[in-house]
Design a protein around this ligand. Structure first.
Ligand code: MN
Length: 440
């Protein structure tokens, strides 16, 4: 577990006024990492840190000699076009850079030593994937999601393994994109309801999955599992993740090996990775409802019991093309918290390695769809609409409404994440947005 220190002080303020705005995702207590360049330019991609409405250009801070010796190497590596080399330095380097940036940008310091060019407007930059992702695995760890999906098919309980191990499958890296991604509706084999044989057609049941992305921060050698007590040392940070899903393709293809084409056409992540250091004030107990089994001993310890969870609040909103054209913005669909998840990030990481599988710096683990205990907390459209049987009604411009059983072409799906509690500084994840393009 990462310590709480002066960088989490809720009273701390930055001389950068926008970082102190109530409701800002990026106050001085957050300092998440991403990769950016000036929008539409041919500038090199480079690493930066979000603060208020700005991006801190780490390379320019290094050049200007603004940083103490202990943080220079970390900042120079974090300024590269991908964050992997910085992350590979390990937790003491992550902490040294966090402390140095806090000292530079928190009051009572003053901006005198910072070159103006090192603070770009977030509205003027574009983002690339912040990581060189070697492997991506996607979990299935919300019991509420699993029960909701089961009920749709008349299955009363989760599969027997669900309560004993964090279920997962190996995913696809090449189609992972950063927020703003345009997602082409896939074509595939699907079997229409009641039909004997499949057809090859555009996906009609296109869905999102509200997830978090867990970024691996330290490798383990092949053949050497990571024990639960060390698992969090192997996690760098967390981003938002949309695991786009073609439900009709999935329903036909997934027996008996699991999802394949239904999941590999797109995955969208948010540009900013919030560090486990920043999330330290928002840890919560690993809790299960009465009657649920305790994990096997290799998947639990006292630290996980006390603080294995994360109280990360999450929302989903949908902006149809018609609402966008009318300037109406997005319709909120869901709000929940990651604290309800059945398995913790550390348990997922330990389970992933228990047979000796080697994880590498920059690997990405999808948390699995995050659905909370009530119907309004469902993390996928499949659950919200009962597989399309109870379509959502989106209010339109002149009192008209649009109906949605699943996603339509032109729809934008917008995830947001934040942590908020009295006596603690609010921090946020920014936005993860993706828009549906029509099938070819
Ligand atoms: Mn998923």
């Amino acid at each position: 577990m990462r310590p709480i220190d002066f960088t989490h002080d809720p009273a701390a303020r930055s001389w950068l006024v926008s970082a102190n705005q109530p409701g800002s995702d990026f106050p001085i207590q957050n300092l998440p990492f991403g990769v950016f360049r000036r929008a539409g330019s041919a500038e090199p991609w480079r690493g930066g840190v979000a603060l208020g409405d700005r991006v801190i250009d780490l390379g320019l801070l290094v050049q200007a000699g603004c940083l103490p010796p202990a943080a220079v190497e970390a900042a120079a590596l974090a300024a590269r076009p991908q964050l992997n080399d910085f992350i590979a330095l390990g937790p003491s380097a992550w902490q040294a850079l966090r402390h140095a940036l806090f000292a530079l940008f928190a009051l009572p310091n003053t901006p005198a030593t910072i070159p103006a060019a090192a603070l770009l407007e977030q509205s003027e930059v574009e983002h690339a994937l912040p990581l060189r992702i070697g492997d991506y695995s996607d979990f299935y760890t919300s019991i509420h999601h699993a029960l909701n999906i089961g009920k749709l098919f008349g299955i009363p309980d989760v599969s027997p393994n669900f309560r004993w191990l964090p279920i997962a499958y190996h995913g696809r890296v090449s189609s992972i994109g950063v927020s703003g991604q345009a997602v082409r509706r896939p074509r595939g084999q699907l079997r229409p309801p009641g039909a004997e044989t499949p057809v090859h057609a555009p996906c009609a049941w296109l869905d999102y999955e509200l997830e978090l992305g867990l970024v691996v921060g330290a490798a383990n050698p092949l053949g050497e599992p990571v024990p639960i007590g060390r698992a969090e040392e192997h996690l760098f940070g967390i981003c938002l993740l949309n695991d786009w899903s073609a439900r009709d393709i999935q329903g036909w293809e997934m027996a008996p090996l699991g999802p394949f084409l239904a999941k590999n056409f797109a995955t969208t992540v948010s540009p900013w990775i919030v560090t486990l250091e920043a999330l330290a004030p928002y840890r919560c107990a690993f809790e299960r409802a009465p009657g649920e089994p305790a994990p096997l001993p290799h998947l639990i310890d006292d630290a996980q019991r006390a603080q294995g969870g994360f109280d990360i609040r999450l929302s989903v909103a949908l902006e149809s093309a018609a609402r966008r054209a009318a300037g109406l913005g997005a319709v909120p669909l869901t709000e929940t918290s990651f604290r309800h998840q059945y398995w913790t990030p550390a348990q997922m990481l330990t389970h992933h390695t228990e047979g000796g599988c080697n994880l590498q710096v920059g690997d990405l683990l999808g948390s699995g769809t995050i659905s909370g205990p009530t119907a309004a907390e469902a993390g996928a459209m499949m659950e919200l609409t009962q597989a399309g049987r109870q379509p959502l009604q989106l209010p339109g411009a002149q009192g008209d409404t649009e109906s949605r059983g699943f996603l339509a072409d032109g729809d934008a799906v917008i995830f947001r994440g934040w942590c908020e509690a009295s006596g603690r500084a609010r921090i946020g994840f920014g936005e993860c947005r993706g828009t549906v393009l029509p099938a070819l």
